[in-house]
Design a binder for this molecule. Sequence first.
Ligand code: MN
Length: 421
Amino acid sequence: MPLLKSWVESANSPQSPFPLNNLPYGIFSVGSDVPRCGVAIGDKVLDVSKLEASGVISPAEKTVFDKPCWNAFMDEGAKVWNGFRSTLQDMLGVNAGRDVQAALSEALVPMASAQLHMPFVVSEYTDFYSGRNHALNVGTMFRGAENALPPNWLHIPIGYNGRASSIVVSGTDIRRPWGQLKPHGVDVPVFEPCKRFDMELEIGAIVGTRSDRPVSVQEADDMIFGYVLLNDWSARDIQAWEYQPLGPFQAKATATTISPWIVTKAALEPFRADTPEREFPLLPYLKEPGPMLYDIELEVLLQVDGGNEASTIATTNYSEMYYSAAQQLAHHTSSGCPMRVGDLLGSGTISGPEKSSRGSLLELSWGGKEPFALESGEMRSFIEDNDIVTLCGHCRGDGFVIGFGDCTSKLLPALDDPYQR
Ligand code: MN
C-alpha cells in the first residue's frame, strides 16, 4: 500500500510517524483546556471533539469525543470504528472539498503545543510472557538451558493479572520502589530500595469489545481496537523473592508506561505477520486462522542523567512473539473470564535471537553478570537513578511509516523513607 496523500502537508513526509495511513487516537489538552479526544495527522492534532460539537462529524448517536478517554467511542463497536476512520481519511485526504478543508483547519492544533494524556481508561490489565527468546533467556539464567522453558510454555500463553491502577502515560516519572527482598547469602529478608530495577519492551493490545463467553482467535482479533508500546517496569530483586508459587506481584506493581497514541488495528492491517512454526500443535481453541502478529520494528533507548544523547540498547521486532494478542485474548476468555472495553493485554518482553535484540536489561546484562556499555561508554547492569528509558516503534510502508509515538519515562531515586508523608 502506498502513502495516502493528505492536504495536511506535514503528513506526506516519508519520515512522519503520523501520515494519513496511520491516524492514531490520543487524548490532548492545550494550556488549561480540558483533556479531549484528538487524532494525530502530521505535526498536528485534529480536535475531533470540536468537530463533533459543531456537527462536522457525528460518528455515534450520542457524543463520544468530549470525554478524556476513547472508551465511549470503543464501546460503539467495530462498525463505528471503521466508518469514522474512512470519514477521516476522506476529509483529510487530498481530494477533500475546500469547505471540508476549511472546517477541519479550524480544528487543527500544533502537536508541539499539545499535552498528551492517558488515551483510555484501563479497565483491567493482564501481562503475558509470550516472547520465546525472552522466556528462554530468563529460564536459562534461573533454571539452566535444559529446563529453560516450563513444560506448559509451548502450549499456553502464560500470563498474570496486573494492576490497571499502575498504568501511566509516556512522560510520567517513575519512582524507584522499596520492597521486601532477600540478598544473596543472607538468611532473612530485608525491606530496602530495589537494587535491580529493570524495564521490559512490550506491545499492549487494547480490547475494544466486551465479551462474557469464550471466544475464538478470530473473534478475539476482531475485539482488539488497537495497540500501544508498553514498558513493564520490573523490580527483579523483589520479583526473585516473591514470585513462587503465584507469580509476580509487587515487582510489577510500581508502574507500567504506555505510549500516548492508540495505533488502530486498521492502520496495522498491511503489516500482518505470521507467528513462528509450532514445535507442538496448539489445541484447536488457540489455532490462528491467519497471520495475527505485525511487523513492527522496535527500539529501546537509554539516556543517562545529564547526557545529551540517548543510546540504543536493543532493536527487535514484534513479529518475534510466539503467541499473538488475539491468541492471548482467546486464551484469557477460555475460562469464561469476562472482558471489558478498555482491558489492556501486555505481550510479554519482546526479545530477538541476537544479543542486541534483548528487550530487558536482565537479559542484556545476563542477570547483572555481564554489564554492557552504552554509546557514551558508561556501563549498565540495571536502570540507574535518573536514567530515561524510551521505547520507539514503527511499521515501514512503501514511502511512509506508521509510528507509535515515544514511550518515555525517567526513573527518579527512591524516597529516603516511603512511609514518611
Ligand atoms: Mn512483562
